[in-house]
Every structure is written in structure tokens, then in C-alpha cells.
Design a protein around this ligand. Structure first.
Ligand SMILES: Cc1cc2nc3c(=O)[nH]c(=O)nc-3n(C[C@H](O)[C@H](O)[C@H](O)COP(=O)(O)OP(=O)(O)OC[C@H]3O[C@@H](n4cnc5c(N)ncnc54)[C@H](O)[C@@H]3O)c2cc1C
Length: 480
């Protein structure tokens, strides 16, 4: 079936109600967490991929940085159609979920395969807490259905509009020192290979494929279905507060072990940071702190524009805007953990060994504070280790450090100047975010790198799933 490019990739794919969520704000307007969700919104109304037509069948990602004009857009409705495409459609074939990756994983001049047709909860077993789900399903849509079943995902990232398969393919994560990345919830998967073959994998059945395919950058085949381990529905209490950066950096290791979720937003050129903790609480009526749409980000940008040349004045003024705020909210886990990010940006994120996290964060802050143009918060999170071969958390508890630049502003310094800091700390890049790692470096960082490449070659000897970026990353020709 030929799939028409959707009209508008900029639309939030969970529907118009949820799309109105805001950056959270304290009284001064801080970029910290979720505003209350619109209760009437129904994330199951998925208007399609976040890919953009952009006119004449062009696609672009969420930030607008990555583009392509594929020869074909395809939206297979079932595994048979998908298998036929994989063997017959012009390459390179690239799968797309919500188009929320910053790195050029998706662009293709060949066939863009929109995976929205593989969605919905197909089976669930409340006793074993397992659900079987179409792999193209959006996280928010699944979270809502799980809520209705009395279940919940153990963790989520900063947003929830991504597809499950897209999230797993890039090692998407939330925060929590004892909580692994999202793909660690997968117990079994179904994959259609570039030869059109259906393979099923789990720890018991094809364990090597299972370890490779959970984080695959979409290069082993198309994920069509996953079985996930979930947990009973639970409530969280969130506390957000601002404090001097030095105070929070010192408290961070303790906060990370004391709370189910801990994250830090360090605000460059201000001397202030925001801590966010979430902890499980008994079921109770939701209570949400008041919110203000993206005001802090606007304030920080204004401060940069007006006072950038006078760093001391900028810092003093920022302190007056930011200092000493606190808010508390309580709600169902999924309603608190993810946010809407209305302001478009580009982002780079690396994952460093947990024990090096704060030292690395200090160096990243120092680099950004050499740039008067920097104003986005640095995001600092914890993720537990897992065992997927290309997981950035492979056998390594990690701290994740993310740096951003507005979508319409230069970002090269994030790679050229912050990148070397991450490299010094053995950072592994987030596959879906901007990085400039070379194959030789990646082989050093990933103990199973060569095993993954061998399996990839076996499943896709012709490189039909390799675009230019992936060919370069794997040191392989991309011939489609
Ligand atoms: C505003 C924003 C906030 C973010 N927050 C976080 C965060 O908190 N934590 C975090 O870790 N990341 C975060 N990310 C990154 C994001 O989670 C990842 O880039 C994720 O991959 C996006 O999912 P997607 O559905 O958009 O995938 P896409 O970008 O569409 O695709 C990603 C990869 O998955 C492959 N793929 C998609 N579907 C399939 C399939 N069915 N089978 C096989 N391969 C497939 C694609 O080919 C591609 O290689 C954020 C991104 C944005 C824009």
C-alpha cells in the first residue's frame, strides 16, 4: 500500500489536547517538568507520523535539521506487506516512527517505511504483567491504555510521543539510578529482516538476535511487535526546586540513590540549577503545581540577548529570577514523567560511567560558560546498566549529559567543544542525538560492536537498510 506523506510533521502526534502541554514553570517560569495534561486528550488518536511532507513528499525530523526526499513513502499495514516491501522496494529502506531523532538515522533517497500501521495493545496478562504491543505504537498511547488496564511502564523519557520501536532502536531512556533504559522492558520481539523473513527473538529463543535487535538503530530489520514487562499502575510525587549549582552538584550522588528518579537541570551563566525528584506514593487525588508556558526558557534567552556581553550582570539578574523556588505535584506516573517540548532545538547527549558523571558535568558547564550564546539548561540523568549489545548502557551504570541549542541557532560547538569532554570520560553517544563518533572509537566503547556488525552483515548483506550516516558509522558501503 502506498502511504501518502502526512500533512504536518510539526503536529504533536499524540493529538491536539496533549500537544498543548507546556514546559513547566515555577513562579518565575522554569523549564523543569510537565504542565498538567489536558484530561480530554486521547493519545490513541494518532494522526500519523511526525514526518513532514514539507511539500513534494519531503520528510524532515522534529527539529527540522534532517531532511530527505524519498523516492517512495510506504505504510505497510501488516507483516506480509512489510516483507514484500523489504525485498522489493528501492533502497535504502529506512523505517520511521515519530521522527524525533536528531541524528540522520531516518533520511533516505530510497524508501521511507512509516511504521504507524503496527500499533495497539494486542494481548495483556495482568497476572504476569506482560503486554504484547505493535512496535510502532506511541509511548503516550500505550501509557494511557496501560492506565486503563491498571498497569504502567516502569519509566519514561522526557517526552512520550516517540514510537516504541524508534525509542528502543536508539536506546532512549528516562532517569533513575536503579532503572534501566526503555528497551530493557522488552521480553520478546518480532522482526522482519531485509530478506523478508519473520524472526522471533527472546532470551530463550535466538538470544543473540534478541541482544542485538533491542538497540539496533533500525539496521537489522523492522520491529513489528514487542512483548513488554510492565508493572502495576503507580503514583508519583514530584518535587522541583532551585538551588545554587554548587550545592546541587554536591548533593547529586546522594539524591540519585535516595529517590526513584532524580535529574538535574544546570542553567549555564546563572550559577543556579534545578533538581527534580520523583518518588512512589500511595494512590491519591492528583495535585498539580501551577505552570507557565516556557517562560524561563524565554527569560534565559532574553538574558542572553540583552546581557550576554556582561556575564556578571547576566548572572546576578538570573539569580533574582530563578533563586529559591519549589513546587510539588502528585499524579499517575506516566502523567508526571514526560513533558511537551514546544521550543524546537537540536541536542547532543552522551552517557558516561556513573562515577564520572558529576566531574564530566562540571567540565561541560565550563565549556558552555565560555560561550555567551549558550542558554539552554544542561540535562543530567542516571540510567542503570543493561545487556543489549549496542545499548549505551551496556554493562555500565551511567550518567547522561545532554546539551542543546535552539533549532535556528548554530550547534557546532556542542560537538566540537563539548564532544572532547565526553570523549575524555569514555562517553557513549545517544544514537538518536547529534554526535560525530567514528567507527574505530565506537568499537573501543562497545565490547560487542564487532558481533553486532557481523550479525548485521548476515541479515543485510546488500546494505539495503544503510543510509549514508549508517554506512559511515558502521564503516560499510551503503548501496541500497
Ligand atoms: C523533544 C525531544 C525529547 C527527547 N527526550 C528524550 C529523552 O528523554 N530520553 C532519550 O533517551 N531520548 C530522548 N529523545 C530522543 C528520542 O527519544 C529518540 O531519538 C527516539 O529514537 C525517537 O523515537 P521515534 O519514534 O521518533 O524514532 P525515529 O526518530 O522515527 O527513528 C529512530 C530510529 O528507529 C528506527 N525505527 C523506527 N521504527 C522502527 C521499527 N518499527 N523497526 C526498526 N527500526 C525502527 C528508525 O529507522 C531510526 O533508526 C528526545 C527527542 C526529542 C525531539
Amino acid at each position: 500500500m502506498h502511504h501518502s506523506p502526512p500533512d504536518d510533521c510539526r503536529r504533536d502526534i499524540t493529538g491536539p489536547g496533549l500537544a498543548r502541554r507546556h514546559f513547566n514553570a515555577l513562579a518565575g517560569g522554569l523549564w523543569l517538568g510537565a504542565a498538567p495534561r489536558a484530561r480530554s486528550a486521547d493519545p490513541r488518536a494518532q494522526p500519523g507520523t511526525a514526518a513532514e511532507a514539507g511539500g513534494a513528499g519531503r520528510w524532515s525530523n522534529w527539529s527540522g535539521l534532517q531532511h530527505c526526499a524519498p523516492q517512495q513513502w510506504q505504510g505497510p499495514a501488516d507483516e506480509n506487506e512489510l516483507a514484500a516491501l523489504l525485498t522489493g522496494a528501492p533502497g535504502p529502506l529506512r523505517f520511521v516512527g515519530a521522527g524525533h531523532s536528531f541524528s540522520p538515522l531516518v533520511p533516505t533517497s530510497g524508501t521511507l517505511v512509516v511504521m504507524d500501521g503496527f500499533s495497539g495493545v494486542r494481548r495483556h496478562d495482568a497476572a504476569t504483567q506482560r503486554v504484547t504491543v505493535g512496535a510502532g505504537m506511541r509511548i503516550a498511547a500505550l501509557a494511557l491504555q496501560l492506565e486503563e488496564l491498571g498497569l504502567a511502564l516502569p519509566n519514561q523519557g522526557d517526552i512520550d510521543v516517540q514510537s516504541l520501536a524508534g525509542s528502543y532502536a536508539t536506546g532512549t531512556h528516562g532517569t533513575g539510578a536503579s532503572l534501566p533504559a526503555l528497551h530493557a522492558q522488552v521480553r520478546a520481539l518480532r522482526l522482519i529482516t531485509p530478506a523478508g523473513q519473520l524472526l522471533e527473538a527472546s532470551r530463550e529463543r535466538r538470544p543473540e538476535l534478541f541482544d542485538a535487535a533491542r538497540v539496533s538503530l533500525g539496521t537489522l530489520g523492522a520491529l513489528t511487535e514487542v512483548e513488554l514487562e510492565v508493572q502495576p499502575r503507580f503514583y508519583l510525587r514530584r518535587r522541583v526546586w532551585t538551588a545554587p549549582t554548587e550545592e546541587l552538584l554536591e548533593a547529586a550522588p546522594r539524591l540519585a540513590t535516595a529517590h526513584r528518579h532524580f535529574e538535574l537541570f544546570v542553567l549555564p551563566h546563572t550559577g543556579w540549577s534545578a533538581g527534580i525528584v520523583h518518588d512512589e506514593v500511595p494512590a491519591q487525588p492528583p495535585h498539580r503545581a501551577g505552570s507557565d508556558d516556557e517562560r524561563l526558557l524565554t527569560d534565559l534567552r532574553r538574558l542572553r540577548t540583552l546581557l550576554g556581553p556582561w556575564p556578571a550582570l547576566r548572572r546576578w539578574m538570573a539569580g533574582r529570577l530563578i533563586g529559591g523556588r519549589e513546587e510539588v505535584s502528585v499524579d499517575l506516573s506516566w502523567r508526571l514523567l514526560s513533558n511537551i517540548r514546544d521550543t524546537r532545538f537540536n541536542e547532543s547527549e552522551y552517557h558516561v560511567p556513573a562515577e564520572q558523571g558529576i566531574a564530566c558535568l562540571r567540565e561541560v558547564l565550563a565549556v558552555l560558560e565560555r560561550h555567551n550564546e549558550a542558554y539552554f539548561p544542561i540535562e543530567f540523568r542516571h540510567v542503570a546498566a543493561d545487556d543489549a549489545w549496542l545499548s549505551p548502557f551496556y554493562q555500565r551504570a551511567s550518567c547522561c549529559i545532554a546539551v542543546h541549542a535552539a533549532a535556528n541557532e548554530p550547534y557546532a560547538y556542542l560537538l566540537k567543544e563539548v564532544g572532547p569532554v565526553f570523549r575524555r570520560h569514555e562517553g557513549r553517544p545517544h544514537w538518536g542525538k547529534l554526535h560525530d563518533m567514528e567507527p574505530g572509537e565506537l568499537a573501543e566503547l562497545y565490547p560487542r560492536w564487532r558481533d553486532f556488525l557481523a550479525l548485521r552483515r548476515e541479515l543485510d548483506p546488500g546494505g539495503r537498510l544503510l543510509n549514508e550516516h549508517l554506512g559511515r558509522l558502521f564503516g560499510e558501503p551503503a548501496n541500497g
